[in-house]
Design a binder for this molecule. Sequence first.
Ligand code: HEM
Length: 179
Amino acid sequence: MNGLIFMEVGKFAQARLGAAAWQRLARDAGVSHRVYVPVANYPDEELVGLLNVLSAETGVPVRGLLEALGEFVVPDLISLAQSVVQPEWKTLDLIANTEGAIHEVIRHAGTHSNPPYLRCRRVNEREVLVNYSSPRKLCPLACGIVKGVAKHYGETVTLAEPTCMLRGDAACQIVVTLV
Ligand code: HEM
């Protein structure tokens, strides 16, 4: 996983638990030797380890933490992608364009970063269907990002997940509806 996501876990932990949280978390997860940088990738297991420690410390299940982390990272993701995020886009436009305009570009940015393949279909003006599949099975993060995007644009969305890899399906379908 790209270092950017690890940096966000650090920021998230500090925002929730105070300035000393990251050092404590990194020590308890056995990664205190690391300096995570956004141009490098790190083992997914380190992310899992950090989230498990954070979950033990906060009492929040990993799934809930991933969703909250997803919401939390959106302002930084949008700022990272500001050159390709079109000014007229709102929530559903950004989500429908993430694969082609953002994830695909990042995949070829020379960092060997590997964002998930999102297949998105604009069903109508108020609905986008997101098909997410990744060996990482981080659909709660995806749902959190969707909510964070809506928050960024001052809109409200509802989410339904008729299929989910965490329930044994081959892929997650996330139906995003603008309220
Ligand atoms: C401004 C928009 C976005 C940017 C700049 C962005 C960028 C990234 C980056 C850099 C990663 C790390 C990839 C890696 O380490 O290999 C990532 C992962 C991820 N992104 Fe995005 N993303 C954006 C929007 C979205 C949206 C809208 C969704 C969901 C609908 C999404 C879902 C995910 C998920 C679930 C992961 C975790 C990795 C995985 O599941 O395999 N992203 N993204």
